[in-house]
Design a binder for this molecule. Structure first.
Ligand code: S3P
Length: 454
């Protein structure tokens, strides 16, 4: 593969003929992280099928190996994990390199906080900018000590856990599954019950999978939100995990299928857990022809095959309450909204500012460079749809953000002029094989190193 003079891998997407065919997206990223972490913590041997073999998940696996778990690939997507047993993780000798992965970092900080060991975390330029105070605050209340950190409680940082941890009741100040999970993981080794209260439900994979591994965990909906309680000094026993297809990855072929005229595609085995399904509901409300077939349960998660046909979309208002169920999908929703007729208003997007990039700023700039009229007011994004037409022709700055790259490559498949993204290397953090999968459906992507270097 040809990088440009900056070591980046630019790519150009061209207007494509109808996308057709059937595909399966890689395993869900959130579930894959948790399978590796919980398998590594449980006593005994767990097998994982459908694991996402992406850079982010491999960062989680490397960290668990550094703390004593044995993790090996048996064959494509099939892994075996020999766990240490709760309370028996070892202090890692080297810095845990988390790459681009906020999920690995925040969940592992939760694990370390309850294990009485010291670990140093570092990451790439994007991760070192992201806020860690949101996890450190409750973890410190649980007895963990922040030994050192970069200014603003950022990586690189060193955390020392306390065993046992102090049980707390913690109301999430931001709707974050990572913060919730960090507190629950520290709570696994606390003396007593640890409760997280979430005013708006976030993805519930930690709760589902901890239960699967034998932890005592209860969820009760009350007037002030969802109360999730884990009982400490938990005995986790090895369990097999089946990882369903990632809805956040399926989002790209889904939106491409809606936008490229004449398309008709089928994506098999996509997880449709309600805490993750906001994009599908939103696109359907916009007039998107998406049907969920063959609904079933796999690995404790609801799954369906998605059938998508090219559609005429109309702009809508997306309420803030829906944001946690589609938080990673706003970049590609912004692309869909650009082609809709009428305005789309997406409310309550403050969390987008602290993702792999400041996604609100990155989306706005990418829309503008492609001739789409959009504005940000407070935490809301308003996009004036082009009624089926978008000029394109822009050069998108991805800021080390995989989802910005994939979203705007999708835009180029249906815009009048090709869309260029400045770097595609980060796509491997969540969706290895993205270009091949999309190419198999008929998407026209072309490496663009020459043009970028000139
Ligand atoms: C994730 C939670 C979300 C999401 C991220 C994965 C998880 O982050 O954006 O891609 O697996 O728990 P926040 O917890 O910051 O919302």
């Amino acid at each position: 593969m040809m990088t440009d003079k900056y070591g980046q891998l630019p790519c150009r997407a061209h207007a494509s003929a109808a996308l057709t065919g059937q595909c399966r997206v890689p395993g869900d990223k959130s579930i894959s992280h948790r399978a590796v972490l919980f398998g590594g913590l449980a006593r005994g041997t767990s097998h994982i099928s459908g694991l996402l073999e992406s850079e982010d998940v491999m960062a989680s696996a490397a960290a668990m190996r550094a703390m004593g778990a044995r993790i090996a690939r048996l064959e494509a997507d099939r892994w075996v994990v020999e766990g240490c047993g709760n309370g028996a993780l070892l202090a890692p000798r080297e810095t845990l390199e988390m790459g681009n992965s906020g999920t690995s970092t925040r969940l592992l900080m939760g694990l370390v906080a309850g294990q009485g060991l010291r670990a140093r975390f570092s990451g790439d330029a994007s991760l070192c900018k992201r806020p860690m105070g949101r996890v450190l605050e409750p973890l410190k209340a649980m007895g963990a000590r922040l030994i050192d950190c970069a200014p603003g409680e950022r990586l690189p940082l060193t955390l020392e856990g306390s065993a046992p941890a102090i049980p707390i009741t913690y109301r999430l100040p931001v709707p974050s599954a990572q913060v919730k999970s960090a507190v629950l993981l520290a709570g696994l080794n606390a003396m007593g019950e640890t409760t997280v209260i979430e005013p708006v439900a976030t993805r519930d994979h930690t709760e589902r999978m901890l239960r699967h591994f034998g932890a005592r965990i209860s969820t009760v909906d009350r007037s002030d939100g969802r109360h999730i309680t884990v009982t400490g000094e938990a005995e986790l026993a090895a369990r097999d995990v089946l990882v369903p297809g990632d809805p956040s990855s399926a989002a790209f072929p889904v939106v491409a299928g809606l936008l490229v005229p004449g398309s008709h595609i089928r994506i098999d085995g996509v997880m449709v857990n309600p805490t993750r399904a906001g994009l599908i509901a939103t696109l359907q409300e916009m007039g998107g022809n998406i049907s969920l077939e063959n609904r079933r349960e796999e690995g404790g998660e609801p799954v369906a095959d998605l059938v998508v046909a090219a559609s005429t979309l109309s702009g809508i208002e997306v309420p803030a309450q829906r944001a946690p169920s589609m938080i990673d999908e706003y970049p590609v929703l912004a692309v869909a909204a650009s082609f809709a007729s009428g305005p789309t208003i997406m409310r309550g997007l403050s969390e987008l500012r602290v993702k792999e990039s400041d996604r609100l700023a990155a989306i706005l700039a990418a829309l503008e460079t492609n001739g789409v009229v959009a504005q940000v007011a407070g935490d809301d994004l308003m996009i004036s749809g082009g009624g089926g037409r978008v000029r394109g022709g822009g050069r998108v700055a991805t800021h080390l953000d995989h989802r910005i790259a994939m979203s705007f490559l999708v835009m180029g498949l249906a815009s009048e002029e090709p869309v260029m993204v400045d770097d595609t290397r980060m796509i491997a953090t969540s969706f290895p094989g993205f270009a091949d999968l999309m190419g198999g459906l008929g998407a026209r992507f072309e490496p663009a190193a020459e043009a970028a270097a000139s």
